[in-house]
Design a protein around this ligand. Structure first.
Ligand SMILES: Cc1ncc(COP(=O)(O)O)c(C=O)c1O
Length: 387
């Protein structure tokens, strides 16, 4: 039987479909991170899960919140001082730049054009803007599911052009906050992450030397992944911590007085969430069994394999009241949408489930409710509960 924070999932579910989040699991992840990497700051990238209740629980446990829109900025400002908030993402509109500058949040600049607009807006507002430069690194995160650096990119400013921009920002009177280097996401190879962090430190030092300025903060990115699929192994963060410690101890002199941060989304929250949906229909077709749920890709796009995966594979899935029981049949678990994409479990071995039973899809704490097309076909949105 599946229990969530000590209570049976079937008792918690109430209205379905529902996401249930357990902040105690996030707190345990944060404690593990702190033990492994005691000298670096930890930022939470709220795009992974911006639920206000969860955010309120996480905020006191992390040093910063990273946001990607004015909407997320508003949520972050409700729980964290502006000085601990940074805003990254391409295509920030003037209103978004103004909101961040007026609040005193740091903008991670994604282009020279954005830098000019930010300086002009700050001038108009009579405020000294806090500006960091997001670098499009000339290194790539090996083994990451989603690469965001080391190639032509809408994200960040090509490393070669960064020193001139930093000099320009400082000359213009901005409060230059340092560098943001984000190479990719969903990596499970600790060695690859450690290699990237070491290369990132070298790059940050080189850019600082060339700019002739010491970065107050170097955000080393994140990319810590979680094991979604059979055969995936959990990330060894302790290995990353040991290697990062060594890299920081031997860092170039220009970074001696800098602080360092790691920004994480899914590694902190994915395992703290479960998506619960009810079996509405059970049918046979062509010799296969289909469990048709009241929820699907419109709430949990990632589990359907349509959010950043090339080959569709099953997320961990269970019949909630039969958790741990032996599988007795192979079924397809699908949602109610009129598209073959709406499939949460493809030929998955499960104990028998009947109409009315609850199906649990795990690793639903990140990129679930807010990363799914909930308006598609007009079904109701999923409920969200924080335990
Ligand atoms: C700049 C930036 N920070 C943080 C994240 C969060 O990534 P994850 O949830 O995989 O840790 C992303 C994801 O795309 C990102 O683009």
């Amino acid at each position: 039987m599946l229990t969530i924070a000590g209570r049976a999932a079937v008792d918690r579910a109430g209205q379905t479909p529902v996401f249930v989040y357990d902040p105690a699991i996030v707190a345990a992840r944060i404690a593990r991170f702190r033990a492994a990497m005691p000298t670096v700051d930890l930022h939470y990238a709220i795009k992974a899960n911006p639920h206000p209740g969860l955010l309120a629980a996480i905020s006191p446990l992390v040093d910063g919140l990273d946001v990607a829109s004015a909407g997320e900025l508003g949520r972050a400002l409700a729980v964290k001082p502006a000085g601990a908030i940074s805003f990254a993402g391409p295509g920030k509109r003037d209103e978004e730049l103004a909101a961040a500058i007026a609040a005193g949040a740091t903008l991670n600049l994604e282009s020279e054009g954005e830098a000019s607009r930010a300086l002009a807006i700050a001038d108009r507002l009579g405020q000294r803007p806090r500006l960091a430069v997001r670098v499009n690194p000339d290194v790539e995160l090996r083994g990451s599911g989603m690469k965001m650096g080391g190639r032509p990119s809408p994200f960040g400013i090509d490393a070669i052009r960064v020193p001139a921009l930093v000099r320009h920002l400082i000359a213009a009177g901005a409060d230059w906050r340092g560098f943001h280097l984000y190479a990719g996401s969903q990596a499970l190879d600790a060695g690859a992450i450690a290699d990237t962090q070491a290369a990132t430190l070298v790059l940050a030092a080189r850019l600082a030397e060339e700019a002739g300025a010491v970065p107050p903060l170097v955000n080393l990115g994140g990319g810590f992944g979680v094991p979604y699929f059979a055969g995936d192994r959990p990330l060894d963060v302790e290995v990353i911590g040991e290697r990062l410690d060594a890299a920081l101890a031997g860092r170039p002199a220009v970074l001696r007085d800098s602080r360092f941060a790691i920004e994480l989304g899914r590694w902190l929250v994915a395992e703290a969430g479960v998506y619960l949906a009810r079996v509405v229909d059970r049918k046979e077709s062509g010799g296969e069994t289909f469990l048709i749920l009241d929820g699907g890709l419109h709430h949990q796009l990632a589990a359907s394999g349509n959010f950043g995966t090339v080959v569709r594979r099953n997320y961990p899935i269970a019949v909630a009241h039969r958790m741990g029981e032996e599988a007795t049949e192979t079924v397809n678990v699908v949602g109610p949408l009129c598209t073959p994409l709406d499939r949460l479990g493809d030929r998955v071995a499960l104990p028998r489930a009947e109409v009315g039973d609850l199906i649990a899809v795990f690793l639903a704490g990140a990129y679930g409710a807010t990363a799914s097309p909930s308006a598609f076909l007009g079904h109701p949105p999923a409920a969200e509960i924080v335990t």
